[in-house]
Design a protein around this ligand. Structure first.
Ligand SMILES: [Zn+2]
Length: 474
């Protein structure tokens, strides 16, 4: 049979089945944007005649990573908001008045380059200006599952006293809902379903019960997922107790939000019992270990969620408090943090972290039948890892095998030498094939320089970083 591309002689990790699905001297046959066969190289070489044969000798080949939760536009503030107990007030908040759609897009484009080169092929981006970001995903060729934030709180909440309830402005709710619906209208299913959309009620404390119910009705009618921050901190819990006398998860249960359409991000302030309850409802969880570690100093309850039968994917969240968007980093941190939390080195082994980064992440965001594993009929989203990179050496194949532990605990991202989405190579040997890297980097730095020139001393002085700098420590 004639096909477009045949990848041969790979150390292939398909993620099919319950583990990592290893095939020695493996091959992947690709036609159009789909995988048509996966198997032994000698067999597929007999069965298929390809326009392009990619020799993956000395490479590990696996499905591209799924980043289940990210805010790419916030990368414009990378490194400006960490090491503080008040991330919103003394971390990112003082800079927020100085961001606009131009700077957000500049941060987003740079961040997408960073993550793509580090093996992310599916981006669940929760950002603005989302229509421009969607157009960039169209151009760069990556898979995108996009959301905007639906909320009703005016930008005054940092001025409120601790026990004040957030005011709601229904006009803001209508506007943010219509922006999300415009995204759905214009981009859901675009590029042969490479770009899709979800609905993004921000979190239970930032929109009214009425609007939450309306969003849920729309999600049901249009068969869309709800991508939502849930129990993301004690501030949210206090708001919910103050307004409804219920913790966030009990409230969501009461209004019918807990089912398979919900992607519950963070669960930072959820108890283990609450996490198990959400898992049993069919909702999925996204754990953002780096971000929540830096922002809150908490290890979210992903382990009890999975032990209760729930599906958990990994998210990088945002670079203004993570401070990177690399899934390899998340695999390592998620595994390590949970070993420490439970004082048990057997918790969250490398193979499990890799499944969370691929097939389980894909299932968590509702596209497990399309991506996340290398199997016939799925989309051809593949990454190639150079096994000659020093962080991956030496390689053992038999009787022991060390590829996956090396990838999770040793690799840094630079080992990735080719990234393919929908059967097309987007990044190879340090070069982006669909966008102008130099222009994007220059634009991002130029915008950062403009922000530096506009941030007031008074605003900067609020931040923890400013205190460190004043004391000659940073
Ligand atoms: Zn988030």
């Amino acid at each position: 049979m004639k096909i477009d591309t045949l990848v041969v002689h790979a150390d292939l990790f398909t993620m099919a089945g319950q583990g990592v699905g290893f095939i020695d001297d493996g091959a992947v046959a690709i036609n159009g944007n789909k995988i048509v066969a996966v198997g032994a190289s000698n067999e597929l070489l007999k069965d298929y005649a390809a326009d392009e044969v990619i020799d993956a000798t000395g490479m590990m080949v696996l499905p591209g990573f799924v980043d289940c939760h990210m805010h790419t536009s916030l990368a414009i503030f990378r490194g400006l908001a960490q090491d503080t107990n008040a991330w919103m007030h003394k971390g990112i908040g003082p800079f927020v008045p100085f961001i606009n759609e131009v700077s957000e897009l500049a941060g987003s484009r740079m961040n997408i380059l960073e993550a793509l080169a580090a093996g992310t092929t599916t981006f669940c981006d929760y950002s603005s200006p989302i229509l421009d970001i969607a157009a960039f995903f169209k151009k760069i060729g990556a898979r995108a599952r996009l959301t905007t934030s639906i909320k009703e709180v005016p930008p005054v909440k940092h001025k409120l006293k601790e026990h004040d309830l957030y005011p709601f402005d229904p006009a803001i709710g209508e506007r943010t809902l219509s922006e999300n619906l415009e995204l759905v209208e214009r981009w859901h299913g675009a590029e042969d379903n490479r770009i899709t959309a979800m609905l993004g009620p921000q979190c239970p404390d930032q929109l009214s019960k009425e609007l939450m119910l309306k969003v849920r009705e729309i999600a049901k009618a249009k068969n869309l997922k709800l991508h939502m921050h849930v129990a993301q901190g004690d501030r949210e819990t206090k708001q919910m107790l103050g307004r409804y006398q219920k913790r966030p998860i009990a409230f969501l249960d009461e209004i019918g939000y807990l089912d398979e359409s919900l992607i519950a991000v963070h669960l930072t302030d959820a108890t283990e019992e609450e996490a198990r309850y959400v898992a049993k409802s069919g909702a999925s969880m996204v754990v953002c270990s780096g971000s929540i570690g830096i922002i809150d100093g908490v290890v979210p309850p992903a382990v009890p969620f999975m032990e209760a039968g729930g599906t958990v994917g990994l998210g990088t969240d945002q670079a203004a408090g993570n401070n990177c968007n690399q899934i390899i980093n998340e695999m390592k941190l998620t595994s390590l943090f949970n070993k420490i939390k439970y004082q048990d080195p057997e918790k969250l082994p490398a193979w499990k972290a890799l499944r969370m980064a691929t097939i389980e992440g894909a299932r968590a965001v509702g596209i497990g039948d399309e991506v996340g594993s290398l199997e016939s009929g799925k989309k051809a989203d593949l990454i190639f890892i150079d096994l000659k990179a020093k962080t991956m050496l030496p390689v053992f194949k038999t009787p022991m095998r060390n590829h996956v532990p090396n990838l999770v605990y040793s690799a840094r991202g630079h080992e990735i030498c080719r990234v393919m989405v929908d059967g097309k190579t987007l990044y190879q040997d340090g070069k982006y094939l669909t966008v102008d890297e130099a222009e994007i980097i220059a634009d991002c730095q130029m915008i950062a320089n403009q922000i530096s020139g506009s941030v007031s001393e008074e605003n900067f002085a609020i931040t923890t970083s400013a205190t460190f700098m004043k004391e000659g420590k940073l």
